[in-house]
Design a protein around this ligand. Structure first.
Ligand SMILES: C=CC1=C(C)c2cc3[nH]c(cc4nc(cc5[nH]c(cc1n2)c(C)c5CCC(=O)O)C(CCC(=O)O)=C4C)c(C)c3C=C
Ligand SMILES: [Fe+2]
Ligand SMILES: [Fe+2]
Length: 322
């Protein structure tokens, strides 16, 4: 009989509550990750502790309050729904759980719990379609830091980025087609990262563009009907361009009055989609002269997405090299 296998969905994680105190703990952890801020600690930590952690927690808490759900942050609520949907479809020796890079549940506590329940094989599934050191690799760092995963009798592997998988493209194209508004320009938004990461060899930009081009091809969109932009710039470094805010201003200047925005770096809706795009960007678009703004939902626990994630999990389960 095969060893009991646990599949662990991974994401960045959310604060425990939409309060300044919880945000301080969360941001301290998040922004101390050398994958996120690639500066030597002796330069970065005084800035983080002396400036950022004095001002950002309260501001971020106000943003989280706007989108917080009765059961928690949208990221955690949708991730939990995904875990439940996948568990309903998997039987026998395989279970699905989640673990977050920052906050709870951590990889360490999740693995400890599952080991206690007799699980021997672990498949980690970073829920990011495009590879980046800031997300995928940061999640894998916490796996590597988890004690005894490589010890006798245990094994682990991970599911690779799926930015160009035809099932993924097909599902997204279908969702976009269903949620589009007539005559609107489609903005495909990806999370930004610093350009210096690309110069060091990150495939992230290439993978984002592949996702976008494949979706555009599937939807038969011509060049003027869609565009790519990068959201959420943090700090003063050069990040991937065009920056989303300036990009929508430019669209309005050129006469576009209606846009649909789809956020393709995220598997589930979160602060960065619901508040940053759905509230802040929408307000900005209307303020600068836009008329119709429509945010297309992430895949979340959509049944077709669940089918696709099952395919990726089953491919890994059946991989004899595991
Ligand atoms: C330099 C800073 C950051 C980089 C680079 C970055 C890349 C990056 N992030 C995501 C996805 C998520 N980020 C989330 C929260 C979050 N991210 C940063 C900073 C960087 N991210 C901060 C400071 C925060 C905290 C929130 C805030 O105060 O702005 C989240 C969680 C959101 C939630 O709902 O809880 C996600 C998801 C991607 C995909 C990405 C690069 C590819
Ligand atoms: Fe982020
Ligand atoms: Fe962000």
């Amino acid at each position: 009989m095969q060893d009991k296998t646990a599949v662990i969905l991974m994401n960045t994680g959310s604060p425990a509550a939409p309060t300044a105190g919880a945000l301080r703990t969360y941001l301290k952890d998040f922004l101390s990750d050398p994958r996120i801020i690639e500066l030597p600690a002796w330069i970065w930590q005084p800035i983080l502790r002396g400036i950022i952690l004095r001002t950002r927690p309260a501001k971020s808490a106000e943003r989280y309050k706007k989108i917080w759900m009765p059961d928690g942050s949208p990221l955690m609520v949708y991730s939990q729904k995904l875990v439940e949907a996948l568990n309903e479809r998997l039987s026998g020796n395989t279970t699905v759980a989640m673990a977050m890079k920052v906050g709870a549940p951590s990889v360490k506590t999740t693995v400890q719990r599952l080991k206690g329940e007799g699980y021997k094989r672990f498949i980690f599934f970073p829920m990011f379609a495009q590879y980046s050191t800031q997300t995928t690799e940061s999640c894998l760092d916490s796996v590597r830091e988890t004690e005894n995963l490589d010890s006798e009798g245990f094994s682990w592997d991970w599911i690779k980025p799926y930015y160009d998988r035809h099932e993924f493209i097909d599902i997204l194209a279908q969702k976009i087609a269903l949620q589009r508004t007539a005559g609107a320009h489609l903005v495909m938004s990806f999370h930004g990262i610093p350009v210096k990461s690309i110069k060091k060899g990150s495939p992230y930009e290439h993978q984002c563009r592949q996702t976008a081009f494949e979706i555009a091809r599937k939807l038969n969109l011509s060049e003027g009907e869609y565009s790519i932009a990068y959201q959420s710039r943090f700090g003063n470094d050069h990040w991937l361009q065009p920056y989303l805010t300036g990009h929508v201003e430019e669209l309005v200047r050129k006469g576009t009055k209606a846009i649909d925005v789809v956020c393709l770096s995220f598997s589930v809706d979160c602060l960065e989609t619901l508040e940053e795009i759905g509230i802040e960007l929408k307000d900005h678009f209307i303020r600068v002269g836009g008329e119709r703004f429509n945010l297309i939902a992430c895949l979340n626990d959509d049944p077709q997405a669940v089918d696709f994630y099952l395919t990726l999990i089953e491919e890994k389960l059946n991989n004899p090299s595991f």
